[in-house]
Ligand binder design. Structure first.
Ligand code: CTP
Length: 136
């Protein structure tokens, strides 16, 4: 770990990267200094009930190109979080507020700090897809 920097981890699909994603990642990085992003694989998206426009490789490449991101890992399973936190020496797990109260984050107590950040209003990958399909 770099001196004085806390290691921050977050997860997401990050399809059709938009300003809500960028702001979430910038705010997450600002909480620690070193940001690791778990990007959901295509198989895991199926489990999550999502179908991304961009492949995992493309989404991982786009997220890795952001200045605030230090490392990208694959998110392949709901239950990999505790292993990731230990293996990557994570101090802080950050998620958007849509995940607050989710059972997927319930058993991480004591492993690291857990912070939910407010989402950016009025934008999501789903709304972009809806607008495009309507020709909006
Ligand atoms: N996020 C955010 N503000 C938004 C949209 C997303 O802060 N307007 C955050 C989510 O809370 C999550 C991360 O960005 O922590 C990745 O979200 P993801 O599910 O990939 O993006 P969405 O736009 O929410 O995608 P979808 O519409 O498919 O659910």
């Amino acid at each position: 770990m770099r001196e004085g920097k806390r290691r921050v981890l977050t997860y997401g699909t990050f399809d059709l990267l938009h300003v809500g994603h960028v702001r979430l990642l910038e705010r997450a990085a600002a909480l620690g200094g070193e940001l690791i992003v778990g990007v959901s694989t295509d198989d895991f998206n199926v489990i999550k009930g999502k179908r991304a426009q961009y492949s995992y490789g493309e989404r991982a490449e786009i997220v890795a190109a952001l200045r605030c991101v230090d490392e990208v890992i694959a998110e392949e399973r709901w239950d990999q979080k505790a292993d990731d936190i230990r293996r990557l020496n994570i101090d802080l797990l950050v998620m958007g507020s849509d995940w607050e109260g989710s059972a997927h984050f319930a058993d991480l107590d004591g492993l690291c700090e857990l912070v939910f950040l407010p989402r950016t209003e009025g934008i999501s990958t789903t709304s972009i897809k809806d607008d495009l399909s309507k020709g909006a």
